[in-house]
Design a protein around this ligand. Structure first.
Ligand SMILES: NC(=O)c1ccc[n+]([C@@H]2O[C@H](COP(=O)([O-])OP(=O)(O)OC[C@H]3O[C@@H](n4cnc5c(N)ncnc54)[C@H](O)[C@@H]3O)[C@@H](O)[C@H]2O)c1
Length: 439
């Protein structure tokens, strides 16, 4: 099946302004990486938009363009950056503090990084309890904050002469909360902003400001933000794409690689215990039980969905799944994760798998940020609005239409992403049926 009337995609001319909420480890590693690539110092490793290809037509046709040559994406040379943070450090100082990249490498990028200074943040201590910063906006109602942010967006657009914008949350994880009455309709939400309803979190104020300004919004953290009827209504009304939640890096990335494999061979699971140590600021925030609960919910959901215990009760009905995160400062950003997986096979004989992943959180997350901001901009130019389920590939807890279970299997997610690109360009979708080769 193909979309022969292929989608009209506006060209990616002019600059693309990337607005990042939070200028911590992920943001600084992302910006420094883009600068390094632009200066020819490195390659965009880990980025699908920059390195991956997409097969078109039959295997015998030999057509596999790079994604960036197949769909019109903004060029790295055309990206300009703006950030908000509660700390005043410029992007160079913040990158130094994050301690992800080596000093000598950062020195090479000092000039462009020093030029990026974070705009004062909208911050509420009750949503991120462990941090205290001074670079925050003057007191006002939540609607005042939304207007201040819209003003920031307008000024950034003018200052940088950006033709389009794409916004992404790379700020701290807010405490767990679920949709309340104020999140049910846009009218309720706007009333709530006027009254500074305590159920409206800072991330929702940023998202509201983005969507009102016609700017796509992606959520790299696990908290609710746009996953509410009110903000989805706004996204639809304004024809703006949204996506989330929580970058799929480290341990959940491993989980979504291994679990589909076990299921594909009908091997059973009796338990999966995951534990991590990390010592960056994210780890410090997640040391608070409220923020940890947001993360835990997002980390736990993938296995249940992949294994489908309702369809395979003999294999997956009673497995124990535990996730622990320990804040351990000596590790900094170099997280270490351990997984102990208890599985069973033929005649119920038990086996174990152990994974010890010595990863670097922000090194894994940075290329995801790049792909997301570029694809969200593409989606907007292609007239796509609301939840972008085809970007599930990037998230631990993918957003979906109400009532639809999320697809967590990373290989299905990748197929969905590439088929969406084929669909956009009017190419045949790839079903992997393959009978035609044997006719
Ligand atoms: N690194 C990964 O692999 C990974 C994976 C999944 C999700 N995440 C999520 O991405 C986010 C960023 O991670 P990080 O390692 O860069 O964390 P970080 O702590 O280094 O950076 C977050 C920054 O956000 C700022 N901030 C907090 N509240 C803010 C607000 N209201 N407005 C503006 N700035 C605010 C903080 O001051 C901090 O500088 C976290 O929520 C994390 O859970 C990261």
């Amino acid at each position: 099946m193909s979309n022969k009337d292929s989608v009209q995609i506006a060209p990616a001319t002019g600059k693309l302004g990337i607005l990042l909420v939070g200028q911590g480890a992920v943001t600084t590693t992302f910006i420094a990486g883009v600068e390094a690539i632009r200066h020819g110092l490195s390659k965009p490793i880990g980025s699908l938009t920059q390195m991956a290809t997409v097969r078109l037509g039959k295997r015998t046709e030999g057509r596999s363009p790079r994604i960036k040559d197949f769909v019109p994406l903004a060029e790295l040379a055309d990206l300009v950056f703006g950030t908000w943070d509660i700390f005043e450090d410029n992007c160079f100082e913040a990158a130094e503090h994050a301690g992800v990249l080596e000093r000598a490498q950062l020195e090479q990028l000092r000039k462009p990084l020093e030029a990026i200074r974070p705009m004062p943040a909208v911050f509420d201590q009750s949503y991120v309890r462990r941090l205290h910063g001074t670079n925050v906006k003057a007191k006002g109602s939540k609607m005042d904050y939304a207007e201040m942010l819209m003003d920031d967006i307008r000024q950034f657009r003018e200052r940088t002469n950006a033709a389009r914008l794409s916004m992404i949350w790379c700020g701290s994880t807010e405490v767990f909360h679920t949709a309340a009455a104020v999140h049910q309709t846009l009218k309720d939400f706007e009333c709530g902003l006027q009254k500074s309803d305590p159920e409206i979190s800072p991330s929702q104020i940023y998202a509201y400001a983005a969507l009102k300004s016609g700017v796509p919004y992606a959520n790299g953290a696990p908290h609710l933000t746009t996953d509410t009827p009110a903000l989805l209504e706004l996204a639809r009304d304004r024809q703006v794409p949204v996506s989330g939640k929580d970058f799929k890096t480290g341990q959940t990335f491993m989980k979504t690689l291994i679990a589909p494999g076990l299921k594909s061979r009908m091997l059973g699971l009796s338990g999966w215990f995951s534990t991590n140590i990390l010592g960056n600021r994210d780890g410090e925030v997640l040391d608070d039980p409220g923020s940890f609960q947001s993360k835990e919910e997002s980390k736990l959901s993938s296995l249940e969905h992949i294994l489908q215990s309702d369809l395979y009760p003999d294999l997956y009905q009673h497995f124990d799944h535990k996730v622990r995160i320990e804040y351990y400062p000596p590790r900094g950003d170099a997280k270490e994760g351990w997984d102990n997986i208890d599985i069973f096979g033929w005649l119920g004989y038990p086996m174990q798998i152990k994974i010890n992943f010595l990863c670097r959180d922000s090194i894994l997350a940075a290329p995801l940020v790049l792909d997301l901001v570029l694809f969200m901009d593409l989606a907007q130019r292609a007239g796509m609005r609301g939840v972008q389920e085809w970007l599930s590939f990037y998230f631990k807890a993918p957003m979906t239409a109400p009532g639809l279970y999320p697809e967590h299997d990373i290989f299905i997610q990748l197929m969905k992403l590439k088929n969406t690109l084929r669909w956009m360009r009017g190419e045949d979708l790839i079903t992997h049926l393959g009978l035609e080769y044997y006719d």
